[in-house]
Design a binder for this molecule. Structure first.
Ligand SMILES: *Cc1c(COP(=O)(O)O)cnc(C)c1O
Length: 409
């Protein structure tokens, strides 16, 4: 069914064992999600009213005061940064992303810097790095201490940016403590921190003021969807800089659940978020996917994913070629329902140099097969089940065997 639209365009549909990568179009969305999106697309609604409804749903799922649907976690970070910088001051909203605006700096632990944080700079933020990543570079044991963040706060600080990953240090509660002591908000990038589903509530419970999640990763929403959740005043500030507000002030009647019109006075001009607009289909698709994600639960989802990687493992192990080449297969996170189960295929040292050729052979096949190539230079390929259909395992195994044969036999 998806075959025919892509076939008409001459674009091959891939077997995606690489995971929910944006360059590979994110996760396939479930039929329930596409059905809701099709229905949503057929009618017109007031976008602020739709976002107010989304806010209630997201608040219930995350424990936050309010929520908002953005076209991706990166866009949620852009809106969140704009909200932290402007607050509810219309004059500041009008100036973003002005590089001369006072109080637009975000403190960030140096080892938290990453390629996605350009989203904050787009909103006008300037990063001030704290700490030295000795642990990451191997030179020592530290990254940054909370007191270093406290020491770096000045009158130009707008907030603290925190990237939540397993093992991120300092811990979020430590960072929240020093930020809140200075009256500053903490904006958290938790884009890829699901599963476990408990993380939907965790960072808010730990005191984060705003949290961004990707909608197109494990949640299974449209690729161009994401969640911003947190304090109601900050979500309101984000909404005011994202919604289309080309309206007469005396006719402006925003939904009270999202925007307190009395607090802002009148509609600001289009804000920095206007260039990252979202459609009704994405909002409804994200909410539908979020419902399904919460309803399924970690255990059932993990079992569904584990079955797929076990099929790949069984298909590979059943062929003598794998043992003959000295390849080892390992199932990871098979017993941890809070993580995505993964299969890793490790080439023997004699074949490590051919790993890139193996990746090329897989991607050049028909259908193309994409695997997690992040460790290929160590001779390891990863198979991630999130974007694979429940019956795709045997086809991935067969394609991998064919690529192994073409590359090494
Ligand atoms: C994926 C990711 C993002 C971007 O999420 P999108 O929904 O694709 O915009 C941002 N930060 C981190 C750490 C990510 O892994």
């Amino acid at each position: 069914m998806t075959g025919s639209v892509y076939e008409a365009l001459g674009v091959p549909v891939i077997l995606n064992a690489a995971g929910t990568l944006t360059r590979l179009s994110g996760a396939p969305v479930r039929p329930e999600v596409t059905a809701a999106m099709a229905e949503a697309a057929a009618g017109c609604v007031d976008m602020a009213t739709l976002q107010a409804a989304a806010s209630r749903r997201i608040a219930a799922a995350t424990g936050a005061e309010a929520g908002y649907v953005a076209p991706g976690a990166a866009a949620a970070l852009l809106l969140g940064a704009a909200a932290c910088i402007s607050g509810l001051e219309r004059a500041r909203m009008a100036r973003l992303p002005d590089g001369k605006l006072p109080r637009r700096e975000f403190l960030v632990v140096k080892s938290h810097r990453n390629s996605y944080d350009v989203a904050l700079r787009l909103a006008g933020a300037r990063f001030v790095e704290v700490g030295l990543p000795d642990r990451t570079s191997g030179a020592g044991v530290r990254e940054a201490d909370a007191f270093e963040i406290a020491d770096a706060i000045t009158e130009d600080t707008a907030g603290v940016f925190y990237v939540a990953q397993r093992g991120s240090i300092p811990t979020l509660p430590e960072v929240v403590a020093v930020a809140h002591a200075a009256g500053l908000p903490v904006l958290v990038d938790a884009a890829a921190e699901l599963p476990p589903a408990a993380n939907l509530k965790r960072f808010i419970a730990e005191g984060a003021d705003l949290v961004a999640f990707s909608g197109g990763k494990a949640i299974g929403g449209p690729s161009a969807s994401g969640i911003l959740c947190g304090r109601a005043d900050l979500v309101m500030a984000a909404a005011l800089q994202h919604l289309d507000l080309d309206v007469f002030a005396h006719l402006w009647n925003p939904p009270a659940g999202l925007i307190d019109a009395a607090r802002i006075g009148g509609p600001p001009r289009h804000g920095v978020g206007r260039a990252a607009k979202i459609g009704k289909e994405q909002v409804v698709g994200l909410l539908t996917a979020l419902d399904l994600f919460c309803a399924e639960g970690d255990a059932a989802r993990h079992a569904r994913w584990l079955a797929v990687v076990k099929d790949i493992e069984a298909g590979l192990a059943a062929d003598r070629l794998v043992a003959d080449l000295g390849i080892t297969l390992e199932l990871r996170h098979a017993d941890d329902t809070g993580r995505v189960p993964l299969l890793s295929l490790t080439l023997p040292p004699s074949h490590v140099a051919g790993a890139a050729d193996l990746v090329r052979a897989l991607e050049g096949g028909s259908p193309p097969v994409c695997v997690d190539q992040s460790d290929h230079q160590s001779g390891r390929l990863g198979f991630n089940p999130i974007c694979l259909a429940s019956d795709a395992g045997p086809r991935v195994a067969a394609a991998t065997l064919a690529a192994l044969r073409a590359t090494f036999a």
